[in-house]
Design a protein around this ligand. Structure first.
Ligand SMILES: *Cc1c(COP(=O)(O)O)cnc(C)c1O
Length: 403
């Protein structure tokens, strides 16, 4: 039987694939160090688990309203006021099955065939594929270390066409950790004010920030853009709740209604008890974030220092999130890399290097090409200090064999 054409447009999530491969090697008894994972390595806080258990005991195990229980919507409205100084009403917020699902629903609501969505690269692996699944066209703006992996007004203006329907901003970014400052967002916002384009801001890493940096999004920078902006967020990263599948978004009421319609005809509703857990996450004691951030701060330093001591590798210091995206172009030009090019059949250099590191050093990293930049690889530092130190040592040894 012939399957749907749309399957040909997309590929499985490369980050999930690397994690799965590393886990299967571990299961075979091979001592693999995984830098692939896109999730915090901490358990979900006990108070949040308790809230889910209480909901279970109380029989809150039935269908809920499609866009989420009123208690959670209220908690989200309060969260936006408290953390972001943004005012939304209950009918301007909706709950989805993870932040990824929020973006998926939104693209289904916004895009007609051929509509363009501007995505700055390096980008989160799922954005282009989700746009393609909605028959849209991802328009990539390439950035690199020379602009700290950020776009500026000139770059943006060059990529806007009559078909531009939306632009995505992800700050702090997965995979680079780069965060836009208030002034940078103001400059970008001034350009966007002139066009009828939906701005999608993915704020999922708002609380994973270093050096006392303060989070702001484009609506904070240019309040006039509020009606054109959809703010996406979720509990996965902040509260170490990736498996619970709760994301949410806020913005234009008409768009929110349509998202809930799509949701009512696809997943019906996000899991009832996970929603009650999310109510506790958003309303409860926020000090749970503190320990996680302390660990990430320490690990960021270890991994950046370690990578910068490897021949051919240069690593920037991320502003936020828990990833580094070192540049490995220097490794590609080491004499021994020619043999790697021949040996591994992957199509891109970052994939060949990643295959080599997995086989030679038993270290799993994600090739940068998956994020739109073949000069880099991505390592997550959501793993123990011990793993980071050992993993970097192994990468160093494997790379030095090529020198
Ligand atoms: C992890 C992540 C998300 C959302 O993850 P969910 O688990 O689906 O909530 C969204 N955007 C980025 C950039 C991410 O890294």
């Amino acid at each position: 039987m012939e399957l749907a054409q749309r399957l040909k447009k997309i590929k499985p999530s490369p980050t999930l694939a690397v994690t799965a491969l590393a886990n299967s090697l571990k299961a075979q008894g091979i001592d693999v160090i995984g830098f692939g994972s896109g999730e915090p390595d901490f358990d979900t806080p006990q108070s949040i688990k308790n809230a889910a258990m209480k909901a279970l005991e109380e029989g809150k195990t039935k269908y809920t309203p499609s866009g989420g229980i009123p208690e959670l919507k209220k908690a989200i409205v309060a969260k936006f006021k408290r953390d972001n100084n943004l005012d939304y009403t209950i009918s301007e917020v909706t709950v989805n099955c993870g932040g990824k699902h929020s973006f998926y629903n939104l693209m289904q609501v916004l895009l007609n065939s051929g509509d363009e969505v501007i995505i700055p690269a390096p980008y989160w692996v799922s954005y282009p594929d989700i746009v393609l699944l909605a028959d849209g066209v991802p328009v990539i703006i390439h950035t690199d270390e020379s602009t700290d992996f950020k776009i500026n007004p000139e770059m943006l203006e060059k990529h806007i066409t009559k078909k531009t329907k939306a632009i995505l901003i992800n700050s702090p970014s997965n995979p680079t950790g780069a965060m836009y400052t208030l002034d940078e967002l103001k400059a970008i916002g001034e350009v966007l004010k002139k066009y009828d384009i939906c701005i999608v801001t993915d704020d999922i890493y708002e609380f994973i920030l270093y050096d006392n940096k303060k989070f702001c999004n484009i609506v904070n920078a240019v309040p006039e853009l509020k009606q054109k902006t959809m703010v996406l967020n979720g509990v996965s990263k902040t509260y170490s709740m990736t498996g619970w599948r709760i994301g949410y978004m806020a913005g234009n009421e008409t768009i929110i209604k349509q998202v809930e319609m799509i949701q009512s005809q696809s997943v019906s509703n996000p899991t009832s008890i996970a929603q009650w857990a999310a109510v506790e996450a958003l309303n409860g004691d926020q000090s749970v974030l503190h320990d996680m951030l302390e660990a990430f701060t320490r690990r960021r330093q270890i991994i950046v220092n370690g990578l910068n001591q490897i021949k051919g590798v240069t690593c920037h210091m991320p502003d936020g999130a828990f990833y580094v995206f070192p540049n490995v172009k220097g490794v590609y030009s080491l004499p021994g890399f020619a043999a790697i090019k021949d040996k591994y059949k992957d199509v891109s250099l970052s994939s060949k290097l990643s295959s080599y590191l997995l086989e030679e050093a038993q270290v799993a990293v994600v090739p940068g090409v998956a994020f739109g930049s073949d000069d880099n690889i991505r390592l997550s530092f959501a793993t123990s200090d011990k793993n980071i130190i050992e993993g970097i040592k192994r990468i160093k040894e494997a790379v030095e064999k090529l020198a």
